[in-house]
Write a protein that binds this ligand. Structure first.
Ligand SMILES: NC(=O)c1ccc[n+]([C@@H]2O[C@H](COP(=O)([O-])OP(=O)(O)OC[C@H]3O[C@@H](n4cnc5c(N)ncnc54)[C@H](O)[C@@H]3O)[C@@H](O)[C@H]2O)c1
Ligand SMILES: O=c1ccn([C@@H]2O[C@H](COP(=O)(O)OP(=O)(O)O[C@H]3O[C@H](CO)[C@@H](O)[C@H](O)[C@H]3O)[C@@H](O)[C@H]2O)c(=O)[nH]1
Length: 330
């Protein structure tokens, strides 16, 4: 069967740009729709970039029609948990309402396949800090709620037979293209590994450890960090699954192992070769203590085989990219 063109929303952002690169390496036809609010045009190394809002229904319908798009990969979103606590309606507008508008356009134009960037934040505080795909969803911050509502809309639309979807619930994504072509360039980043690398290179004065009294082995927050290149591969496999006529799926994307904030700091110090200036700070609003994937299902169903499952590898690639940024790369 002929491969249709893929619309990648948010393809100029951190994760989206890595997936666009992987699609390009496979010779897929790609159109990126991104408003460049946190993404960068020069991170799009393949396909055509259209600058615009994913919530603009008329624009999306026109793109779907004129490019003959049969698959949408939807990354565009606001992604910062504490910001969602401070400004929840922004998250319901930019994540939930924009996704509703996108889905409406997809249904109207006959898009058949949809790959959705969801999040471990839909689980809230799962028992024991570990979640499989059947763990009840109970988000504890508006970011997680905004994404869960999007999941529900997608599920319900798929139930009408309009399209099939793979919903990928990412745990904590980190690291950069091992070949150093693109990386994480988010301005005013808040993600731990990115911030720690900026501190290592002197771009920030210190690293705040948000919470040292959690019920975790060393008192700091524990997360399951997954390399962005392995995550990009999961997207290609999701696409192949849908093209082969596979059923709609919801899958965790993680390695099934947790690292504390202190363990991440130690890994950055190993890669950097010097201690980081660290300050203990209060808990950050909206943060769960521990979030680790049970991630067997994606291996079984998509035959996903991660190749970068190692915290030191992840951190080394993030630090290498940060050095390039410091030298003026994108
Ligand atoms: N980074 C993580 O650890 C993580 C974990 C779980 C889920 N996710 C999800 O993955 C997706 C990508 O996240 P990221 O880390 O690459 O973030 P990012 O901010 O780097 O990428 C988001 C991209 O979407 C664009 N965008 C935002 N709003 C838009 C709009 N209304 N119209 C068009 N473009 C818009 C931005 O300019 C940016 O390029 C998001 O949906 C996020 O919720 C990320
Ligand atoms: O400067 C910092 C930044 C983070 N942390 C801690 O590090 C851990 C990880 O935080 P962060 O890297 O900000 O990621 P999360 O808040 O876990 O959220 C990310 O991971 C979620 C999936 O688990 C995604 O959905 C979100 O988009 C993404 O922001 C948490 O315990 C934070 O409190 C610090 O101590 N200091």
């Amino acid at each position: 069967m002929a491969r249709g063109t893929i619309l990648v929303t948010g393809g100029a952002g951190y994760i989206g740009s890595h997936v666009v690169l992987a699609l390009g390496e496979r010779g897929e036809r790609v159109v990126v729709l991104d408003d460049l609010s946190t993404g960068r045009a020069d991170a799009v190394l393949h396909g055509e970039l259209v600058v615009g809002d994913v919530g603009d229904g008329a624009l999306v319908r026109r793109l779907l029609r004129t490019h003959g798009i049969d698959t949408v990969m939807h990354f565009a979103a606001r992604t910062v948990v504490p910001e969602s606590v401070a400004d929840p309606l922004k998250y319901y507008r930019e994540n939930t309402c924009a996704t509703r508008s996108l889905l409406e356009a997809c249904a109207a134009q006959g898009v058949r396949h949809f790959v959705f960037s969801s999040t471990a934040a839909v689980y809230g505080v799962p028992e024991g800090g570990i979640a499989d795909e059947d763990t009840p969803t109970a988000p504890i911050n508006p970011y997680g709620s905004s994404k869960l509502m999007s999941e529900w809309m997608l599920r319900d639309l798929a139930a009408t037979g309009a399209l099939r979807h793979v919903t990928l619930r990412y745990f904590n994504v980190a690291g950069c293209d091992p070949a150093g072509r693109i990386g994480q360039s988010t301005p005013e980043a808040t993600l731990l590994i990115k911030v720690a690398c900026e501190v290592a290179l002197g771009r920030r004065p210190e690293l705040a450890v948000f919470g040292t009294d959690y019920p975790t082995p060393d008192g700091t927050g524990v997360r399951d960090y997954i390399h962005v290149t392995d995550l990009a591969d999961a997207h290609l496999r999701a696409l192949d699954h849908l093209r082969a006529g596979g059923a709609s799926l919801t899958l965790n994307c993680g390695y099934g192992r947790g690292y504390s904030v202190r363990e991440v700091i130690a890994a950055v110090e190993r890669a950097h070769g010097a201690p980081l200036p660290v300050r203990e700070a209060p808990r950050r609003p909206g943060d769960p203590p521990m979030l680790i994937a049970r991630a067997e299902r994606i291996r079984e169903v998509l035959d996903w085989r991660p190749r970068h499952d190692d915290l030191d590898t992840i951190v080394a690639s993030a630090l290498a990219w940060e050095r390039r940024l410091a030298q003026g790369a994108r």
